[in-house]
Design a protein around this ligand. Structure first.
Ligand code: F0G
Length: 420
């Protein structure tokens, strides 16, 4: 399968392994497949699940015709992408959760990172780099160490959840804590990557997005290619939004699916430049200073904006915004059904609720929510939320400090009386 990098702004093309992350004109690059793929590949994808080779077991490389042609011994895989799809009734509605928090480092980032780090290794880079709100840094650190490469991560001071920071450090990244937000760190790392020959692995890297397309391919395969009406995803740097639109376009144009689901991208209210642009029919885009408890999506100037606009247009999609309180209520409910996720992922359910209230989504619609990160990523927020330390979100207190046997008896009687 032949592919090349193509600038979405001026159309200039580059070799797929050119290591470019932007066109000379400054535009975003995307991978373009030169020939169509045949839908009979669906069976090949399923058959590979029986193979014992790590790259056939990977829920990314199992779909390699959609991802990248690269020799087997360059592939750095853990293997990722073997995540579950859960069908749950929530608010009286049947909903599918695709839990990308079940990836090896606990977020969807591993699907892109296996591709990005494999290419870094093949091209002979010695150091990988990214700016990150946390998850990319954890994933980059892990995959780079697996490949024997060094990594450098730029993170915004004080705004990375503890689980993610502990991963980046443990896996051996050089952690550069920046006085500033993610958007500033992103600018610094992009400049540094040119100057110091670092392989940049933010979602600006078009090859990483080819890996993230498999979230959609994998979820649709689990639904037997019976396409949902809606796919709901959080929006930060808009890498997933871009990758999902591209995946759906390819699947539709190559006749793997006969209907295009609508994308609903959800942002936190105070970190919602994409939502504001959507409301304005994408006539104007203004970066903003971002703030939200969902630190993963605390982003005010998403690098993939132009690609994400294409995704919304192609899927007749929408963008919605939700408050931090709505995000935390949704997190409480996803946690309580035994699935659990980090705050940013819960924006999907908060968004679904808001879109149902406004009548955009009906209870008979088939809806797929993408849970992007694991519950354990942000234990501080979970503990604060579930012990009632956060104002404005009601939780059933189930934390009891027991200092004597009398208290123990009272509490146990109360718990058992709830089920009788
Ligand atoms: N959910 C989680 C758990 C994330 O970590 C991110 C982004 C997003 C959603 C937003 O995805 O950028 O594709 O729109 N995290 C990046 C990071 C920015 O550095 O870990 P997006």
């Amino acid at each position: 399968m032949e592919r090349e990098l193509r600038c979405i702004r001026c159309g200039k093309t580059y070799d797929v392994f050119s290591s470019k992350t932007r066109c000379e004109c400054g535009g975003l690059l995307e991978v373009s497949l030169k020939e169509p793929l045949h839908p009979s590949l669906k069976e090949t994808f399923l058959k590979r699940r029986m193979s014992l080779k790590p790259y056939d077991q990977s829920g990314v490389w199992r779909y390699r015709e959609f991802v990248l042609d690269i020799e087997e011994d360059s592939i750095v895989t853990l293997p990722e992408g073997r995540t579950n799809l859960y069908k749950k009734i929530i608010d009286g509605m049947e909903v599918y959760f695709k839990h990308e928090g079940e990836n090896p480092t606990g977020s969807f980032k591993d699907r892109g990172m296996t591709v990005g780090v494999s290419v870094a290794k093949k091209l002979g880079f010695k150091i990988t780099a990214c700016a990150s709100t946390g998850n990319t840094s954890a994933s980059l650190a892990s995959y780079s160490s697996h490949a024997g490469l060094k990594s450098v991560v730029f993170i915004p001071k004080g705004k990375v959840a503890i689980g993610k920071l502990s991963q980046a450090l443990s896996y051996g990244a050089n952690v550069l804590e920046i006085e500033g937000d993610f958007d500033y760190a992103m600018k610094l790392v992009e400049d540094a990557s040119y100057e110091y020959k670092l392989y940049l692995l933010n979602s600006l890297n078009p090859l990483r997005l080819e890996g993230q397309k498999t979230i959609i391919i994998n979820a649709l395969e689990e639904l037997d290619f019976e396409v949902p009406d809606w796919i709901i995803v959080p929006g930060g740097n808009l890498g997933n939004t871009s990758a999902f639109g591209k995946a759906l376009k390819e699947l539709y144009e190559f006749h793997f699916i006969d209907k295009i689901p609508r994308l609903a991208v959800i942002q936190a209210e105070a970190a919602s430049p994409f939502y504001k642009a959507f409301k304005n029919d994408f006539k104007k885009f203004e970066p903003m200073k971002a703030e939200t408890i969902a630190t993963a999506i605390r982003i005010g100037n998403p690098v993939n904006y132009e690609k994400a606009v294409q995704s919304i247009k192609f899927t007749n999609g929408i963008v919605e915004s939700v408050s931090d309180a709505e995000i935390l209520e949704a997190k409480r409910d996803i946690d309580n059904i035994g699935i659990g996720c980090e705050p940013s992922s819960a924006s999907t359910l908060a968004g679904l609720r808001k879109l149902r209230r406004s009548g955009v989504i009906r209870s008979s619609d088939k809806v797929l929510l993408i849970l992007t990160g694991n519950l354990l990523k942000d234990p501080d927020t979970s503990i604060n939320l579930h012990t009632g330390m956060i104002q404005g979100v009601s939780v059933t207190n189930r934390f009891f400090a027991i200092s004597n046997l009398k208290d123990l008896e009272i509490i146990l009687k109360k718990i058992t009386s709830e089920v009788s």
